[in-house]
Unconditional design. Structure first.
Length: 74
């Protein structure tokens, strides 16, 4: 859920950028609909921090679960 929400945010709150001079931008977002580059970058860093924190929580939970299972099967 966190990952899909993060991707939805990143795609909905940014403006379209031209990545190749031969491929024109055919759509622009209303400036009120996307964040300034500074706000977007800060929010992106916060999302990365949240994802890393969640990954560590999953890793700890997995380790604890495996440890508990080993004790139960001995």
């Amino acid at each position: 859920m966190i990952m899909s929400t993060s991707i939805a945010y990143l795609t909905s709150r940014s403006n379209f950028l031209q990545v190749d001079s031969e491929i024109p931008i055919t759509k622009q977002r209303n400036p009120e609909k996307y964040d300034t580059p500074e706000v977007f970058e800060a929010n992106k860093k916060e999302l990365v921090t949240d994802l890393i924190r969640k990954a560590k929580q999953v890793d700890i939970s997995s380790t604890l679960y495996q440890s508990q299972n080993r004790r139960n099967f001995k």
